[in-house]
Design a protein around this ligand. Structure first.
Ligand code: SF4
Length: 461
C-alpha cells in the first residue's frame, strides 16, 4: 500500500479562538484512514485544520515504517518542526508536536531521545485516546510515549461523526497481521490480526454514505483474512461482508486492499463474479516469482499457487485489472530468481503494480540474512522489472480506447472544466464536465490512453 504524503483539510472555516492543527500523513491508505479519524476527533474537540505548521498549536506526523527512507524522512521533518516550535515559543505560543503511526510504534522512546522537541509519541492502537493524551501533555508538560497494544477495540471508542473528503471513502475492516513475512515490520507495528465486528462496519458504512460516499474501499493489512464477528457470534468472511455492505442503499462500488494470496478463498473469487458492486480490480501482492525466495520471505505459497489463483480469478471475472507488489534484491536473490519474477509478470499481465528495492527493516528476520544484494544490482533488476510492468500498464490502458467505461468522478482536475475519476478497473481518467458530476457514476467513451491515465468523453445522460 503506498500513497504519497499529503496534507488533508476536511474543513477550513474556524472560529477565531479555536485551536489549530497541522496533520501530515505518510504511507498507506490505512494511515490515511487513521488520519481521517484523528481529524474527526480533533474537529469534535474544537480544532480546525491549517496547512502550515507555523500556524499550528498541534502538529501531528502520521508516519510509515515500511522502508528505511520513510523513517529517516520523519526525523528530518522533526528537525524543521523543532525550529518552528522554538520560533512560536519566542512569540509566547505553545506547540504540541506529536508523532503517530508505525514509526511511533516501532521506535517509541527513541524518538523523544533523538528529538526532545517531540511531546507525544502515540502508536496506532491508541488513537481513540488522542484527546486525553494531548490534554495530559498540555496540562503537565510531560513528554508521553503511548505505544501499548491495548487489545481493546479502539474503533468502538472512536465516536466522532464520520466525514468524507471524496465520494470514494476508506473503511478499515481489519488491522494487524499474523503472516510474519521475513521482510515486513507490520506484525510488529500493527500487532496481531483484528477483524472488526460486522454490525460496527455496517453502521460506519451507512454513516459514510450519509456523509456523501458512494464507493467504499475496505482496508486491512491482510484484508482477505477478515473474519469478523457476525450476529450470534458467527465468523463472517470478507466475501460475505462485501455481500452485506452491497445491500446498503447508496453503496454503488466496493473495493478491498491489501490481500494475501494465501487467503484468496473461493467464495471471495466467486464474489467477483456475482456481486455487481464489487469492482473488477484486485491488488494481490506476490513480491517474487521465485519459489526459493518466496520460502525465504515466509510467503506461505509458491509461484504456481499464485498463478492458479490468478487463473481462477480471471475465469470468474474476465478482464479484471490485476495489480501487485514486488521486492527486488531480497537477500540471496540470484539472476535466476530475478528472471523467475519477470516470467511470472509476463504470464499474469498486470494493469499496474508497485515495485521496490529490498530495504532491511530493523527487527525483521530478513535484516539479519546474509548475501545482501549490492545496491547497483538491485537498481539494475528494479529497472528491468519496472520497464516490463510499465509496458503492461500501457497495454492495459491502450486496450480501453474505444471502450465505454463507468467512471466515478472524484474531484476537479487542474485544467478548467476538467474532472478526475476512476474507472471500474481503478484507472485514473480525465474528462470534461460540470463540477456537479463529482460523486456521480457516468458512462464515458475512452478516447486516449497514457501510461498512468486515460482521457474520455462523458456520454450524454
Ligand atoms: S502479509 Fe506479510 S507483507 Fe503483508 S502485512 Fe503481513 S507480514 Fe507484512
Amino acid at each position: 500500500m503506498t500513497k504519497p504524503e499529503h496534507i488533508a483539510l476536511l474543513d477550513s472555516a474556524s472560529p477565531a479562538d479555536s485551536k489549530t492543527y497541522y496533520l501530515k500523513t505518510f504511507g498507506c491508505q490505512m494511515n490515511v484512514y487513521d488520519s481521517e479519524r484523528m481529524m474527526e476527533a480533533l474537529a469534535r474537540d474544537g480544532y480546525s485544520a491549517t496547512d502550515a505548521p507555523d500556524n499550528a498549536d498541534l502538529i501531528i506526523l502520521n508516519t510509515c515504517h515500511i522502508r528505511e527512507k520513510a523513517a529517516e524522512k520523519v526525523y528530518s521533518d522533526l528537525g524543521r518542526l523543532r525550529d518552528i516550535k522554538n520560533l512560536r515559543a519566542a512569540q509566547g505560543k505553545n506547540t504540541v508536536i506529536t508523532v503517530a503511526g508505525c514509526v511511533a510504534q516501532a521506535e517509541g522512546r527513541e524518538i523523544t531521545r533523538r528529538q526532545p522537541a517531540v511531546d507525544l509519541v502515540v502508536g496506532p492502537q491508541s488513537y481513540h485516546r488522542l484527546d486525553q493524551l494531548i490534554g495530559r501533555v498540555a496540562k503537565t508538560g510531560d513528554r508521553i510515549v503511548e505505544t501499548e497494544f491495548e487489545g481493546e477495540n479502539k474503533f468502538a471508542e472512536m465516536t466522532a461523526p464520520r466525514r468524507v473528503s471524496s465520494p470514494s471513502a476508506f473503511l478499515t475492516i481489519q488491522e494487524g497481521c499474523d503472516k510474519f513475512c521475513t521482510f515486513c515490520v507490520v506484525p510488529y507495528t500493527r500487532g496481531v490480526e483484528f477483524s472488526r465486528p460486522v454490525a460496527d462496519l455496517e453502521q460506519e458504512a451507512r454513516a459514510l454514505v450519509e456523509a456523501g460516499a458512494v464507493e467504499l474501499t475496505l482496508l486491512g493489512q491482510n484484508v482477505n483474512a477478515y473474519h469478523g464477528e457476525g450476529a450470534s457470534g458467527r465468523s463472517v468472511s470478507l466475501a460475505e461482508l462485501i455481500r452485506r455492505l452491497a445491500d446498503i442503499d447508496g453503496i454503488q462500488r466496493i473495493r478491498y486492499t491489501t490481500s494475501h494470496p494465501h487467503d484468496m478463498s473461493d467464495d471471495l473469487i466467486v464474489a467477483h463474479r456475482d456481486i455487481a458492486q464489487l469492482m473488477p480490480s484486485l491488488h494481490l501482492p506476490v513480491q517474487s516469482g521465485s519459489d526459493r525466495l518466496l520460502a525465504a520471505m515466509n510467503r506461505k505459497h509458491t509461484a504456481a499457487d499464485y498463478l492458479s489463483i490468478i487463473d481462477k480469478v480471471k475465469s470468474a471475472c474476465p478482464g479484471i485489472a490485476l495489480s501487485s507488489d514486488f521486492i527486488v534484491g531480497f537477500p540471496g536473490e540470484t539472476d535466476t530468481d530475478a528472471e523467475a519474477t519477470l516470467a511470472l509478470v509476463r504470464e499474469v499481465g498486470f494493469a499496474q503494480s508497485f515495485s521496490f528495492k529490498y530495504s532491511p527493516r530493523p527487527g525483521t528476520p530478513a535484516s539479519g540474512f546474509g548475501e545482501q544484494v549490492p545496491e547497483a544490482l538491485k537498481t539494475e533488476r528494479l529497472l528491468a522489472l519496472q520497464a516490463l510492468l510499465e509496458e503492461q500498464q500501457l497495454t492495459f490502458n491502450r486496450a480501453s480506447i474505444g471502450q465505454v467505461a463507468t467512471v466515478l468522478f472524484e474531484r476537479l482536475g487542474r485544467e478548467g472544466g476538467q474532472l478526475v475519476g476512476r474507472t471500474s478497473h481503478l484507472q485514473l481518467i480525465h474528462a470534461t464536465g460540470p463540477a456537479s458530476m463529482i460523486g456521480q457514476i457516468a458512462r464515458v467513451d475512452i478516447t486516449q490512453a497514457r501510461q498512468m491515465s486515460l482521457t474520455g468523453v462523458i456520454q450524454a445522460a
